[in-house]
Design a protein. Structure first.
Length: 174
């Protein structure tokens, strides 16, 4: 380490002709700082490394998956709740192949109505199925449906499923 002595002298003159000398001394110690510059160098190198590691990778074309599912929601409701609880039997008939799919649902007292989805997933405990247990499918074509309560048709209608096509566009990198 190196010590430096710096001094300053000043002369003060007073009106009565007296002179006064004043001295002040300042000691300064020079501190060597090689550790600070090494630390700064390491921080800069770390920052550059992080920028390289986390830099965006080369762009790839986007890949998309698509799913399309057709279904119909049908339902029944005792508008004024006169029956209390009841059993609703939904029947869907394919006009193209004559297959009949049924689903029976219990409607508790106070609920008045229920909606169901055709075709329902075969993994559910209750699903639209034929007498042989074949699950309903959204096959393109025309269908009729009805709901029976107490063995009588209370509501009904018709619907159709059209062909479904999916278009996927590959978006390339520019």
């Amino acid at each position: 380490m190196k010590y430096t002595l710096a001094g300053a002298a000043s002369v003060l003159s007073y009106p009565n002709g007296l002179l006064s000398f004043s001295h002040s001394y300042c000691f300064s110690m020079r501190v060597s700082t090689p550790t600070l510059s090494v630390r700064r160098l390491l921080q800069t190198a770390g920052l550059l490394l992080a920028l390289v590691v986390f830099a965006p990778k080369q762009a790839h074309a986007q890949t998309w998956m698509v799913s399309t599912e057709a279904y119909v929601k049908i339902g029944v409701m005792d508008k004024f709740g006169q029956l209390g609880g009841y059993t609703a039997k939904f029947i869907v008939i394919s006009q193209d192949n004559g297959k009949e799919y049924t689903l029976v649902k219990q409607v508790p007292k106070g609920q008045n109505g229920i909606d169901v989805i055709f075709p329902s997933e075969a993994s559910e405990s209750d699903y639209f199925k034929t007498e042989r247990g074949e699950a309903g499918k959204a096959t393109p074509g025309r269908y009729t449906w009805e709901c029976q309560v107490g063995g009588k048709k209370v509501v009904g209608g018709r619907f159709g499923f059209s062909e479904v096509a999916n278009d996927v566009t590959l978006v390339g990198k520019k």
